[in-house]
Design a protein around this ligand. Structure first.
Ligand SMILES: Nc1nc2c(c(=O)[nH]1)N[C@H]1C(S)=C(S)[C@@H](COP(=O)(O)O)O[C@H]1N2
Ligand SMILES: [Mo]
Length: 398
């Protein structure tokens, strides 16, 4: 067990949570904000940030004794304290974390998938404050942009203290390539702050990994040790989960080894000002939501259709509107979402469709069928919302 922090076996010591969250699973606690709450500010308030756990929330028993071990295929393993991490240059990175399971419920409606159901709000944007992993790894003699260590290490594994049933009660683990971990431009952080405050327990207190542009499953919370290893982590969530299979693969014929662990997330967008089926008496309506892409590819365009995808127009978008506490040292926001908004006239009924285009000209896929996969990850299909004028309700709704 790691020094100064424990992963409890039961759920009797969970932190307080905002009651407005929509709970998708109680134990482990998995919850997302309401759609309208998600887009009420560019930076997601901590209490409204989605929470995705695989076990009870760990407890820091003694922060002074807390140490992160750095070991594996390196010459000299060390242990670092919170003070050691805080003494390194501090960076603030504005990054959107998105769970690979975002919009899973919608995919499951088409054909059943396995996993916690999520609406379209299993993501959030925060200003993460902490040390760059590349600076931490310099403490064990690894210089920037290292491909491999002299003893053959090519991946950096992060190990937590929580107890996940998928790991048979063991801790959550994930890894990133050493090249990415030691690349200062990749902005991989060991974060101890979220939106300028000490990280909360739900989000990994005292220290978590943030891997911008990559599915959030790699941003390990409650970090206990870092291991330099030869191959990608063999942990459950790298080897037997969070992989993208084609629609033909089912639980009977799946061979996990045939696919790489998913890293970057693809371009994604969703309407958050409206529910999937919305009734209104208004003649004008606001369509607002988010668009985000992984790998540091910003959003180039957000396209909206109000006639089911026959004709399209571009939504106005805004990045960073009125951020109050954005500090000077913020390095970039290429890792973060854009929010968009547009006002349209409301006919008797309309089908609103949304798709985004990223800076690499990647476009969201039209149909969920083409990307359906048994674990229900990365549902990035065009988002549809049906609007009915309440005075003209179709027969089936009266
Ligand atoms: N130690 C640990 N880290 C973890 C997880 C976990 O269960 N345990 N869940 C991962 C997944 S799947 C996601 S989507 C994000 C969620 O981060 P959040 O709860 O801060 O939003 O954390 C990742 N890191
Ligand atoms: Mo996730």
């Amino acid at each position: 067990m790691a020094a100064g922090i424990i992963g409890p076996l039961e759920y009797s010591r969970e932190p307080p949570r905002n009651p407005s969250l929509r709970i998708n699973a109680k134990e482990p606690f998995n919850a997302e904000p309401k759609r309208s709450d998600l887009i009420s500010s560019y930076i997601t308030p901590v209490d409204l940030f989605y929470k995705r756990n695989h076990g009870p929330i760990p407890i820091v028993t003694d922060l002074d004794k807390y140490r992160v071990t750095i070991e594996g295929l390196i010459q000299n393993p060390i242990q670092v304290s919170m003070d050691d991490i805080r003494n390194l240059p501090k960076h603030n990175v504005t990054a959107t974390l998105q769970c690979a399971g975002n919009r899973r419920t919608e995919m499951s409606k088409r054909r059943k998938v396995r996993g916690v159901g999520w609406d379209a709000c299993a993501l959030g944007t925060a200003i993460w404050g902490g040390a760059k992993l590349c600076d931490v790894l310099k403490l064990v003699g690894l210089s920037n942009n290292t491909l491999t260590t002299t003893s053959g290490g090519r991946h950096v594994e992060f190990i937590s203290v929580d107890m996940c049933k998928e790991e048979n009660g063991g801790p959550y683990k994930a890894s990133v390539p050493l090249k990415q971990a030691t690349n200062p431009a990749a902005d991989v952080l060991l974060a101890y702050e979220m939106n300028g405050e000490v990280l909360k327990r739900d989000h990994g207190y005292p220290l978590r990994v943030i891997v911008p542009g990559v599915i959030a499953a790699r941003s390990v919370k409650w970090l206990a040790s870092i291991k330099i290893i030869e191959e990608e982590s063999q942990g459950f969530f790298m080897a037997k989960d969070y992989k993208m299979f084609p629609p033909t693969v089912d639980w009977d014929n799946i061979v996990w080894d045939t696919r790489k662990p998913q890293m970057d997330f693809p371009v994604q967008s969703a309407i958050c000002s409206l529910e999937d089926v919305t009734f209104t008496r208004q003649r004008k309506m606001t369509i607002a939501g988010y668009a985000v892409s992984g790998g540091g590819r910003g959003i180039e365009r957000v396209d909206i259709s109000v006639d089911g995808g026959k004709t399209w127009f571009e939504a106005s978008r805004h990045q960073k509107p009125g951020i109050k506490y954005i500090p000077d040292e913020v390095t970039s926001d290429k890792w973060a979402w854009v929010l968009f908004k547009t006002v349209v006239d409301v006919p008797d009924r309309m089908e609103i469709v949304l798709k985004a285009v990223d800076s690499g000209a990647n476009v969201q896929p039209e149909s969920v069928d083409s990307i359906w996969n048994l674990r229900g990850i990365l549902n990035t299909s065009w988002h549809h919302v049906h609007v009915f004028n309440a005075s003209q309700l179709p027969r089936s709704h009266i």
